[in-house]
Design a binder for this molecule. Structure first.
Ligand code: 5GP
Ligand code: MN
Length: 408
C-alpha cells in the first residue's frame, strides 16, 4: 500500500470514528455515501460508549428525577434478612444520592451477614430492630423513601408498617413479581437479574454515570453477583455484562468482590454443612427431591453465625437428576417459626409452592416463606407440598436444558 493510500485509509477511519462518536451512521466520503456498520474498526471498539437500552419509561425517570431534586432527606430500605442484592442496592443508591448532595439514611429491618460489611457505607446502616430511635428520627425527617428489592412491605417486619404509615413520596425499585407497595413511582422489572442492575440502570437513565464512584460500583457489582449465583443463572442477557463492564470501568474489582462475598465463611458453616449432608438430608428419590431441616440447637451447637447457611438450599440441586430442594430452618429467637427456602429447576414453580404451602412467594426457581409451627410439622407440610407437584417432579430431568429462574 503506498503512502497516499495509507493516508487516505487513516483519514477514512478517523472520519468514520468521528461520525460514530456523533452517533451518525450515514456519512459522505468523497463521492460515496457510506452507511456505517455498527462497529467498523478496532479503535471504535475501544472508544465506543457502552450502549444500554432504556428499560424504564421516560415519564417514570423524569418523575423520579423531580422527586429526587425536590428532596433533601432520603431514606432507603430493603427486605428483612437482607442479602447481597438488598444491601448492595441500598448502599449503591445511597452513594449516588449522596454524590448529588442528598442526606441519605439506609435502614434495614434486621441485621445483615458480616460478609457484606466491607461495602462502602455499611457501617452507617441503621438496623431497625436495634436502632429504632435513630431510625424513627430519620423516617420522621424524610421527604422521600426508596423501597428496594421487595414487592411487599410485609417483608420488612415492623419497619414495613412504619414506612407505610409515613405520608411522603415513595419510589419502589424491584425485580420481584406482583408489586404491592403503595408508591408514587414503581420500577418493577421481574426480568432483571437483580435490584442492583435496576439501580444501575436508574442512575444511567438519569444521565448520571459520572456520579458512580468506585464504592458505589462495588456495591452494585456485589448484588449483581450474589443474585445470579456469581453469574451462573439469570444473567444470560448481553446487556447484563455491558452493565457489569461499566461497573468494572468504575474500579470495581470483580475477583476481589467474589472472594470477599463467597470466600469468607466461618468454620461453623462447614460443621453445619457436614451435619446436614451426613445425616439430616432426606432424599425422596421418586420425586427427585431433597428436604432438610436445621434446628436452633443444631445451629447453636455448631457455633452458628449469621450467613452460615446462605446458599445451602442450592446444594442438593448439584446432585444429578435432582429437581427440588427444600430447606426448613428454625428461627433462633422467635418460636414457633420456621424459615423455608425452596429451589427448583426447569418449570417447577417454587414460587407457587411457596405461596400455596409456606406463606411466601418468590421467583420460578427460587422462593421462600415461613411457617409458624415446629420443624416436625413443617416437614410434614413440605412432604405434602412435594406430593402436590408429584407429576411434574416424577419425570426425569435433563440437566442440559437451560433454565430461566424469572419466567412466570
Ligand atoms: P431465599 O430462599 O434466598 O430466602 O429466597 C429466595 C427468593 O424468594 C428470594 O428472591 C426472595 O426474595 C424470595 N422470597 C423469600 N421469602 C419470600 C416471601 O416470604 N415472600 C415472597 N414474595 N418472596 C420471598
Ligand atoms: Mn434481589
Amino acid at each position: 500500500m503506498d503512502l497516499y493510500k495509507l493516508l487516505e485509509r487513516f483519514f477514512c477511519d478517523n472520519l468514520i470514528y468521528l461520525a460514530h462518536l456523533c452517533r451518525e451512521r450515514h456519512i459522505i466520503y468523497g463521492k460515496k455515501s457510506v452507511i456505517l456498520p455498527t462497529i467498523t474498526n478496532r479503535r471504535m471498539k475501544t472508544n465506543e460508549k457502552y450502549i444500554i437500552n432504556e428499560m424504564f419509561e421516560k415519564a417514570d425517570v423524569d418523575a423520579a428525577r423531580l422527586l429526587i431534586e425536590g428532596s433533601q432527606h432520603i431514606v432507603i430500605s430493603a427486605h428483612q434478612l437482607p442479602d447481597g442484592d438488598a444491601i448492595g442496592s441500598c448502599l449503591g443508591l445511597a452513594s449516588y444520592l449522596r454524590a448529588k448532595g442528598k442526606e441519605v439514611t439506609v435502614i434495614e429491618p434486621n441485621p445483615f451477614p458480616s460478609f457484606l460489611s466491607w461495602m462502602e457505607g455499611a457501617s452507617n446502616i441503621l438496623i431497625y430492630d436495634h436502632q429504632k430511635q435513630n431510625a424513627d428520627e430519620a423516617i420522621a425527617q424524610a421527604d422521600l423513601i426508596f423501597y428496594l428489592d421487595l414487592n411487599t412491605s410485609n417483608r420488612m417486619l415492623e419497619l414495613g408498617s412504619v414506612l407505610d404509615a409515613k405520608q411522603v413520596h415513595k419510589i419502589v425499585i424491584d425485580h420481584h413479581r406482583n408489586p404491592e407497595i403503595a408508591c408514587d413511582i414503581l420500577f418493577s422489572y421481574p426480568q432483571a437479574s437483580s435490584t442492583c442492575e435496576l439501580v444501575l440502570r436508574f442512575i444511567h437513565a438519569l444521565g448520571d454515570d459520572n456520579l458512580i464512584s468506585k464504592g458505589c460500583a462495588e456495591c452494585l457489582c456485589a448484588g449483581m453477583m450474589t443474585d445470579t449465583g456469581a453469574f451462573q443463572y439469570n444473567s444470560n442477557s448481553p446487556e447484563f455484562f455491558i452493565l457489569l463492564a461499566m461497573l468494572l470501568s468504575k474500579g470495581a474489582d470483580k475477583d476481589l468482590i467474589y472472594r470477599r462475598v463467597f470466600h469468607c465463611y466461618n468454620k461453623s458453616r462447614y460443621i453445619l454443612l457436614g451435619r446436614i449432608f451426613n445425616d439430616k438430608i432426606e432424599y425422596i428419590d421418586e420425586l427427585h427431591t431433597a428436604i432438610f431441616t436445621l434446628s436452633k440447637e443444631e445451629m447453636r451447637d455448631a457455633g452458628y453465625v449469621m450467613g452460615d447457611v446462605e446458599g445451602f438450599v442450592n446444594l442438593p440441586l448439584e446432585i444429578k437428576d435432582m429437581k427440588l430442594s427444600i430447606s426448613l430452618r428454625e428461627d433462633l429467637d422467635k418460636s414457633p417459626l420456621v424459615h423455608v427456602s425452596i429451589r427448583s429447576v426447569d418449570d417447577i414453580p417454587a414460587n407457587e409452592m411457596a405461596s400455596r404451602f409456606f406463606n411466601g412467594g418468590g421467583h420460578l426457581n427460587a422462593a421462600g416463606g415461613r411457617l409458624e409451627c415446629t420443624l416436625e410439622e413443617a416437614s410434614i407440610i413440605a412432604h405434602k407440598a412435594c406430593q402436590a407437584y408429584a407429576d411434574m417432579l416424577k419425570s426425569s430431568t435433563d440437566p442440559t436444558t437451560p433454565i430461566d429462574p424469572l419466567v412466570p
